[in-house]
Write a protein that binds this ligand. Sequence first.
Ligand SMILES: O=P(O)(O)OC[C@H]1O[C@H](OP(=O)(O)OP(=O)(O)O)[C@H](O)[C@@H]1O
Length: 196
Amino acid sequence: MDVQVKKIEGSWDAGYALHKHTLSSVYLGVDEWGHDRFDNTRSEPGEALYKLKYQSDWKQVELLAAQVRETLLPLFGKIGLIVPMPASIVRARQPVYELAHALGRLTDIRVFDEMIVKAPALPGSPALKNLYTREQKDAALSGRISINECITNEGCWNALLLDDLFDTGATMDAVCQALRTYRKIKNIYAAAITWK
Ligand SMILES: O=P(O)(O)OC[C@H]1O[C@H](OP(=O)(O)OP(=O)(O)O)[C@H](O)[C@@H]1O
């Protein structure tokens, strides 16, 4: 898979994404249902993620997890546990959780998919996907992320936060800041498949 790694900025100790999601987007006009149409050219990780997230192509999970292991993991210190970012949209299978578990299997690192608790948005408030600025997203996430202190053995570990698409960084930053309060977490690293 062709990758073009970029550092992602935030309150973590180190963070990287594999590639830009969409390389070009040409407006084609309005279709017969009144929807805007675009001709999008995606990077290879972007296309794989698109197929996974919007076409339920679950074969992409293993490919993307293997790429994260090969390309991004060597950029971090030793990882003790993997923490997938919570989704906003309810789905029977969550792509980011599946990616985290595939990466966990490849690396023999434990995945904690119940460590981050994201409280539902207040009724009537806009969905995160309909917000665009960092300020709007920070406000929408404020007070909603909490930590389920579910590590049962003693010790202190480096955590890898894993997300699919990195946009403003609000989601991973809110999670990172909440995780900093957990005494069993040492360094925090951030990995995303693509950046917007
Ligand atoms: O960097 P940010 O600006 O925080 O945006 C990135 C987040 O937005 C998307 O999730 P979203 O909450 O929209 O829902 P989904 O994962 O269920 O699609 C995406 O999957 C990331 O988690």
